[in-house]
Write a protein that binds this ligand. Structure first.
Ligand SMILES: O=C(O)c1cccc(C(=O)CC[C@H]2O[C@@H](n3cnc4c(=O)[nH]cnc43)[C@H](O)[C@@H]2O)c1
Length: 176
């Protein structure tokens, strides 16, 4: 979509990755909304005998994208959301141990989801800023599929977006 728009001479000004996500407890309770101040590829790298090395530590590129600070601030204020790191994972966390490892590696993490980093990479490749918004459907921790509250999270996301639209419409990327 970014390429097609650019080729048509009508490039996007902002990419928003939005959806449901797991919330690190107690900071991001189920039903709350989180705006990413960092979008982090949390499991992209290599396991070594000395622990996990991110692709950045391996020398291959970035695992971290930072949305425009002022936009994050305004979006979080409008929605009544917390701002913090949102981790992108390939495997949904299913144990307390894994949740603790992620939180130790990323102390500012509020949520995990699966798409943000890929979306951010595409946006950055086009020179377009990116924002990630997640409504919390489940706690990050021991797998309990019955505890996922997807309709509640989607309702929170819908309500949040209603408040976000004026912020997005008035935001100018030169603001920050
Ligand atoms: O039943 C499972 O354990 C399971 C395993 C893999 C994927 C799913 C999904 O339904 C995730 C799809 C969707 O939801 C986002 N999401 C929501 N909560 C989380 C989470 O705790 N960790 C990672 N992703 C999550 C994700 O971004 C996808 O869009 C279920």
């Amino acid at each position: 979509a970014l390429t097609a728009a650019a080729l048509q001479g009508a490039p996007y000004g902002l990419v928003v990755s939005a959806g449901i996500g797991g919330g690190f407890q107690p900071d991001a309770p189920v039903g709350s909304v989180v705006v990413a101040d960092e979008i982090v590829a949390a499991d992209l790298g290599a396991e070594t005998p000395d622990g996990f090395l991110s692709v950045t530590e391996l020398g291959f590129g970035t695992v971290r994208h930072r949305p425009p600070e002022e936009l994050v601030r305004r979006a979080a204020a409008a929605v009544g959301a917390r701002a913090g790191a949102v981790l992108t994972v390939s495997t949904v966390t299913g144990t307390a141990e894994r949740a603790a490892v992620l939180r130790e590696r990323h102390p500012t993490a509020l949520a995990e989801a699966m798409e943000g980093f890929g979306v951010a990479e595409a946006a950055v490749a086009h020179g377009v800023p990116v924002l990630e918004v997640r409504a919390i459907s489940n706690p990050v921790g021991p797998r309990d599929r019955a505890a996922w509250r997807i309709p509640d999270a989607l309702a929170a996301l819908t309500e949040g977006f209603g408040k976000l639209v004026p912020v997005l419409e008035s935001w100018n990327r030169h603001d920050s």
